[in-house]
Design a protein around this ligand. Structure first.
Ligand code: PGA
Length: 248
């Protein structure tokens, strides 16, 4: 089954890194999965030159928190990402969502444009999990996504959520596979019951947090997992290419 395999390079890379990366990747990729690469903004244009029809998709790690019509020093508007070949954007990754207010602002990315598919990141801290509050906090994080006011102009045809437990990011720890499936089902049910116009079949949920070649196949094969969002392991081009080439 076709899965989404997304690489979040965060603030890593250089012109040389990208050249070496795609020299290998383009020779060895043999995948029917949907691949998305999120380079740092400064390198999006360089990475875009390696695209050929649908060999991979390109995404921005973070479009403006503010609406595109507001002035913002250091900001990049959604149109600029589209102009540079992006068709995806992350919103609300735990490393940038900061306070709740910033997270709510990030939700505004949802209606910035119809041409960028948002991957809306949610996930609980270690304490939240320990206290049994994961579902409460996820519900709070998903409220924006289901708020009718988010869609004054645009009616998205699908929603992609990345479930990334904060305690699993970059730590080598992952939840039990049953727990991943349980939470993904919870997200699909919550969003389909609360979203103004999307049904469960329109909602995809990716898992993120310490995904690597050893655990990717099991995670991708778990019920309700539509793909993965990979940080550290996506910087190792052989490892990432092998994950992309998995057949599930
Ligand atoms: P990781 O990061 O794979 O290095 O844990 C995932 C992410 O932050 O998206």
């Amino acid at each position: 089954m076709k899965k989404i395999i997304a690489a979040n390079w965060k603030n890593n890379g250089s012109k040389k890194f990208i050249k070496d990366y795609f020299d290998y990747f383009l020779k060895n990729i043999d995948s029917k999965n949907e691949i998305i690469i999120f380079p740092p903004d400064l390198y999006i244009d360089q990475v875009n030159h390696y695209r050929d029809k649908d060999n991979f998709n390109l995404g921005g790690q973070n479009i403006n928190y503010l609406r595109d019509d507001a002035t913002l020093t250091s900001g990049n508007s959604s149109d600029m990402f589209i102009d540079n070949g992006c068709n995806y954007t992350l919103a609300g990754h735990s490393e940038v969502r900061g306070s709740d207010i910033a997270f709510i602002q990030a939700g505004k990315a949802l209606y910035a444009s119809n041409d960028l598919q948002v991957i809306f990141c949610v996930g609980e801290e270690a304490d939240t999990k320990k206290n049994g509050n994961t579902q409460n906090i996820l519900t709070k994080q998903l409220e924006d996504l289901c708020d009718k006011r988010m869609y004054p102009k645009v009616s998205p045809r699908k929603v992609i959520v990345a479930y990334e437990p904060v305690w699993a990011i970059g730590t080598g720890n992952i939840p039990k596979l049953n727990d991943i499936s349980f939470i993904h089902k919870f997200i699909k049910t919550y969003v389909s019951e609360n979203h103004p116009f999307l049904k469960e079949k329109d909602i995809m949920v990716l898992y993120g947090g310490s995904v690597n070649l050893k655990n990717a196949k099991d995670i991708l094969s778990a019920p309700y997992v539509d793909g993965v969002l990979i940080g550290g392991a996506s910087l190792e081009v052989k490892e990432f290419t092998n994950i992309c080439n998995l057949k599930i």
